[in-house]
Design a binder for this molecule. Structure first.
Ligand SMILES: [Cu+2]
Length: 189
């Protein structure tokens, strides 16, 4: 009787050890997958952890630096890519109308002059918070020409629902022609 009991408990121990090993292996694989995703996005998409976030003083945006009004909008870089600089404030975006070329690498640099705002571009996966003191940066590429809305999606006060900008994606050639004699492009009227 005693022998049977000890054989049973041995089997149980072996079984639970096998189950534990299986779960441990599953956990290690999940951690391995997450690390692989971090390395892939870090290297391939140049996504940086929060320690690399860029900060900026929201009280002097309009006085100096890259977010002065004359520097907002779309700028053509030496490598042909386009950088779009935007400020969000209660209750509008500046510029109010963004114009960007299709099929071109585009980098957005967005910050807030007052409270937390958000921006998303309809029909795309572009979606970011816009926080005072920080520069939100992301890269994208529009596949085709078209018009999009860019509403603020973080409640920012009484006028929040009326806060949006327009995004006009135009053909690459049309954009190059527009860029010939303007340093910073917008479609503001
Ligand atoms: Cu808002």
């Amino acid at each position: 009787m005693a022998q049977t009991f000890s054989a049973d408990s041995h089997d149980t121990a072996a079984l639970s050890q096998r189950i534990e090993k299986r779960w441990a292996l599953l956990m290690v694989s999940i951690i391995g997958l997450l690390v692989a995703v971090m390395i892939f996005t870090g290297l391939h998409w140049a996504m940086m952890p929060p320690s690399r976030v860029e900060t900026i003083d929201p009280s002097t945006l309009h006085l100096s630096g890259e977010f002065v009004e004359s520097n907002l909008g779309s700028a053509v870089e030496a490598d042909g890519s386009v950088t779009v600089r935007v400020i969000g404030q209660q209750y509008s975006f500046t510029p109010q109308c963004l114009v960007v070329p299709a099929k071109t690498p585009i980098r957005f640099r967005v910050t807030s002059a007052d409270v937390i705002h958000g921006m998303l571009i309809t029909g795309t996966n572009i979606n970011s918070m816009v926080e005072p003191g920080y520069i939100s940066t992301f890269k994208t590429e529009f596949k085709q020409a078209g018009d999009h809305l860019m509403p603020c999606h973080e409640y920012c006060g009484a006028g929040h629902e009326a806060m949006w900008a327009n995004v006009k994606v135009v053909d690459k050639d049309a954009f190059s022609k527009m860029a010939v004699n303007t340093r910073r492009l917008t479609c503001d009227l």
